[in-house]
Design a protein around this ligand. Sequence first.
Ligand code: NAG
Ligand code: NAG
Length: 708
Amino acid sequence: MSSGSFSKVAVIGSGISGAVCASILAAGGVSVTVFETGRGAGGRMSQRRETTEDGRVLFFDHGAPYFSVSDKEVMGVVRSWEARGLVSEWQVPFGSFDQSTGKYVDFDKDETTKKYVGVPGMNSICKALCSDPGVEAKYGITVGKVDWLCDRNLWSLISLDGQDLGQFDGVVASDKNVVSARFTGVTGRPPPLDITSSPDLAILSQDIPVRSCFALMLAFSEPLSSIPLKGVSFKNSQLLSWAYCDSSKPGRSHASSNCECWVLHSTAEYAQGVIARTGLKKLSSDALSKVAEELLHEFEATGINIPHPFFMKAHRWGSAFPAIAIGGDGKCLWDKNKRLAICGDFCASPNVEGFKMGLKLQSLRNFDAFPRAEQHLLQKTRSGAVVSIIGLIIMATLFVHELKYYLTTYTVHQMSVDVKRGETLPIHINMTFPSLPCEVLSVDAIDMSGKHEVDLHTNIWKLRLTREGHITGTEYLSDLVEKEHSAHKHGDSNDHHEDPNKNKNEHGLGSDAETMIKNVKNAMENGEGCQVFGVLDVQRVAGNFHVSVHGLNIFVAQQIFDGAKNVNVSHVIHDLSFGPKYPGIHNPLDGTTRILHDTSGTFKYYIKIVPTEYRDLSHRVMPTNQFSVTEYFVPIRAIDRSWPAVYFLYDLSPIIVTIKEERRSFLHFITRLCAVLGGTFALTGMLDRWMYRIIEAFTKSKTGSILR
Ligand SMILES: *[C@@H]1O[C@H](CO)[C@@H](O)[C@H](O)[C@H]1NC(C)=O
Ligand SMILES: *[C@@H]1O[C@H](CO)[C@@H](O)[C@H](O)[C@H]1NC(C)=O
């Protein structure tokens, strides 16, 4: 069970493709097992260790002699290998030999392409990659059967000798023999992998044509000084295609040990001819020595003085170089459902750079179906789900927040000098005098010129209130009270009337006045109050308005109140403003309650009005005013002749404030949204990976202790 919960991948073949592939997968956190038929890593990039009869140890790069790089992506990887000391450039003279004319031609023709070799052997790269952390390499094991376990969604690998090699989430076949009929030719068994069930890989069912090659390893006791080149390609030769001086490669320790090693490669035609005679089965040593003799003879036939080698051995490369490229534009063959990849140079161009296919595996991870992603989606459901849900919640929260932020408007304040002229200033009043009946109250306005605002259109109402505050009657003030406006009262009807000219001058306290005094006293005993509200339009100059009993004839007032100190000007201001309200305005006097408890007096509110313009989103302009206020109370003194009142003294600021409502930019909102969502997404991914790693490490250590 524990092994099933890991992401395991089997890589078949430790050649350059397999090794690069294994290394990349391991770097991505996958546990990789490499199966290699040979005794060491390398495939065709391998090095052969040979011991002569007299006990000398020789090394040959009997496979690929070198590799060159034209692809930029691959070059980056090769540079990193160079930095790790795994590869080195091989700078020796190369050329061609024309067998028909017996002359060397094309000296150094190829000097522009850099040739790289592994250090100290060609196999060093594969060896190093196969021992990367996370890669386990098993040598000397031939995979004999690769089965897809449908019910468990896993691959099962069995070796050629029937050993169970374990079960894996994915398989990378970098050795084409896994699917090739050649496997049968070599081992007498069907190929390990049956690809007829994978339609994506059906292209492989047509056998891959390959070219074979023989390699001849030669060791001379002295350098071949008669050959000016260290790498020779043969033209017009039936047998030989290439000869390389292995000892001239950088980092070959045996180069100093008094001998020179060469490797010759036969032509494909020659190898085919031999294989046609002998079949694909392992060659007998006789047959091999015959090949060796023939190749050496051809080499000697170059006409130059070649001493007899003290060591000579031939090796058959059954599938050295594929003849054609399949698999399209350098793609791996890839069965996504079963997580099976078939990679290698045989998928691409027939050269050593085919290992680029290994690099291409990197992109496989992006398919998100390869083991790591698969693990997240299929196996780590609990931790993954928790992280995902948290991520989604965070995203939703941030989204709502951003949306709210975008939808709310904000205001911009600007100031300038007020250049408006000739407009009036509307004063909205709504206040209650709980201890004064409407009959005695009057509203008066005076501007700076001292002029009473008698001409202005006013709209002030007075409501009679009972002790409990219920409205019992309405009175309308058509005109501001001044001078001898004694009493205009029609308080007993709910209707309002234009004040008729019924009132008379009351110098002599006529019968009207008597009744009025009686009524007021009555009302005061009942605890009647009065609510004053309405709009006053005044000139836009400094001035004041006040609510008082000044409208009463002084004698009448004396009779009613029996002295100024008994005029209870306690009041509640419900609303005092100088124009329409805009969102966010604060009128500082709203809700002000002033109750007198002992002596009476005069209230004075000093008001500074700030002209204000409010522009909303649709650019409608609302002219209005804000104000600030300070207040002052003067208690009445015995010697004072004035009567208590409530004064509002106002002044206008020359500065106008423009408040603009604005909306946040939609693009800005989108940008923030992208940042928020993308950031959360990335963070969640990171968390998920960490969690996966931690859980993996935890489980690993647990199974480890069980095994011990
Ligand atoms: C005056 O203020 C009172 C108390 O807030 C309120 O009920 C009444 O509607 C206001 N009157 C007007 C005309 O705004
Ligand atoms: C003035 O009137 C208010 C409200 O009716 C009352 O609470 C207060 O006691 C009165 N003040 C005096 C001095 O009578």
